[in-house]
Write a protein that binds this ligand. Structure first.
Ligand code: G3I
Length: 444
């Protein structure tokens, strides 16, 4: 569905952005995404939709994609015998929580039942089987699935047609037939072709671009192109936004459909920080392209990701850790989606502590914190000593004392403190009798 600039989204944007009650850190991702006119979705495992997993999936995501439950091998393992239990569970969950559904996937070379993959087919027989499958599955969920990945992964790495059982037996025509059958079964569903390694400009995305052009020229009812975005840490394609835009300019929607960012384990703070930047960059690319309908992560928790099984030694690819704690990647998405922080002012607060004390002397430390929303560019801290203490030496600040008044000023290298950040300076001082702390510190 084309979601930008709906009245509801505009109202929510006003509530989140202008009235300002919700920061990116507080509001669920699904609300932040709604306010920007996109959906934020996740793949889920239907069998896990209870407890904390279900609570997080419902609270944070406005769209769900069954990770496996709608694939041909799951719903029609035996010819003509359909099994909907797993798929129903996900669709029912979505409806109970006001979520959209991405149906994944109708025609794919993988997770195919062997009766299809290993059958001996005439073109007509395979076409009939395929269109029956599409018609039955889309028909069952008519009005309940918002987007369908009608054809998944049709291309080779060089952009040519993959020689799957469908490609080899029917040539490219199977793609048009699958879309026509899907449109006939549910005219309101948005119909996508979906693939991996098409995220940036390159031979494979050129092949996809040419395919979509041909389909549109033939009047095939295709509404969108899905970009899986199974990415490697630090390797978000620099051409992602430009690539999304060129497809959108063909007159179709685009979506990020299976985002994850894998890393070599163990995860470190530095890798998680890079992953945050990667998630934010992909989110921003979608937001920058008006026809980007939404973004789906391929599993929202590291305990429900395909990566460790398929890439031994790699993992930690999703926005939540295995215990359902949000990772920096979560904040990366939220900050990219979040309302723009109003500019300034900077704030300044100082905290005084005695670190060690001995007869006649002590070492003190003051933490200067920027409590505002703009960078602090220079600071001065003053205090009054109540019991005759005298500063004798200082570091990380220029410190002077006149009578009982101490003044500490930033040095050239630590005057700028980012919003929410802090810096520390220290000093040695003398005391006699008692060493009470100054009652107040003034920071300006
Ligand atoms: O259900 C069986 C279970 O009964 C059995 O005990 C177990 C033993 O290995 O396997 C289970 O099936 C696994 C299935 O996931 C469900 O967990 C399959 O082995 C496993 O191969 C399958 O992997 C899925 C993969 O597609 C298959 O290609 C992943 O979960 C799924 O996340 C992944 O998703 C694909 C998208 O559909 C298309 N794009 C790429 C993406 C990642 O590969």
């Amino acid at each position: 569905m084309f979601r930008r600039l709906t009245a509801g989204a505009a109202l929510l944007a006003a509530a989140l952005g202008l009235a300002g009650p919700a920061s990116a850190a507080e509001a669920p991702l699904r609300d932040l995404a709604d306010a920007r006119g996109i959906y934020l979705g996740t793949a889920v495992t239907g069998g896990r939709l209870t407890g904390g997993y279900a609570d997080t999936a419902a609270a944070q995501f406005g769209s769900v994609t069954p990770g496996n439950e709608m694939k041909w091998g799951s719903v029609e393992p035996v010819r003509g015998q359909f099994s909907w239990t797993g798929a129903d569970r996900v669709v029912d969950f979505a409806e109970a929580h006001g979520q959209e559904v991405r149906g994944h996937t109708l025609v794919w070379h993988s997770q195919l039942p062997s009766w299809v993959e290993n059958g001996t087919w005439t073109p007509d027989a395979l076409r009939a089987v395929m269109t029956d499958h599409v018609t039955t599955e889309v028909g069952r969920y008519k009005g309940r699935v918002d987007h369908w990945d009608v054809v998944n992964e049709p291309l080779n790495e060089d952009g040519t047609l993959r020689r799957s059982v469908f490609g080899a037996t029917l040539g490219e025509s199977y793609i048009a037939d699958a879309f026509r059958a899907a449109r006939a079964a549910d005219p309101a569903a948005r119909l996508y072709v979906n693939d991996y390694s098409t995220d940036g400009l390159g031979a494979k995305s050129d092949g996809m671009y040419a395919l979509v052009e041909r389909l549109l020229a033939q009047g095939v009812p295709i509404d969108g192109v899905g970009f899986q975005a199974h990415l490697i840490l630090g390797q978000v394609p620099s051409t992602l936004e430009a690539n999304l835009r060129r497809f959108a300019e063909l007159g179709v929607d685009v979506a990020i459909t299976e985002l994850d960012v894998r890393m070599t384990l163990p995860a470190t703070d530095a890798k998680l920080a890079q992953q945050k930047a990667d998630y934010a960059a992909v989110t921003r690319a979608c937001l920058a392209v008006t026809r980007c309908a939404g973004l789906t992560v391929w599993g929202f928790t590291d305990s429900d990701s395909w990566i460790p099984d398929f890439f031994p030694g790699q993992g930690a690819a999703t926005p939540y850790d295995e215990s359902l704690n949000p990772k920096p990647a979560y904040a990366g998405i939220a900050e990219a989606l979040g309302p723009v922080t109003p500019p300034g002012p900077a704030g300044c607060a100082a905290a005084y502590a005695v670190q060690s004390q001995w007869g006649g002397g002590f070492t003190g430390q003051v933490t200067v914190r920027n409590t505002g929303t703009a960078p602090l560019t220079g600071w001065k801290v003053t205090w009054e000593y109540p019991a005759g203490q005298r500063v004798t030496q200082a570091w990380n600040a220029g410190v002077t004392q006149t009578g009982t008044t101490v003044t500490a000023t930033h040095l050239a290298y630590n005057g700028t403190v980012p919003a929410g950040g802090s810096t520390v300076f220290g000093f040695n001082a003398s005391w006699t009798g008692a060493n009470p702390p100054p009652p107040t510190l003034t920071c300006s």
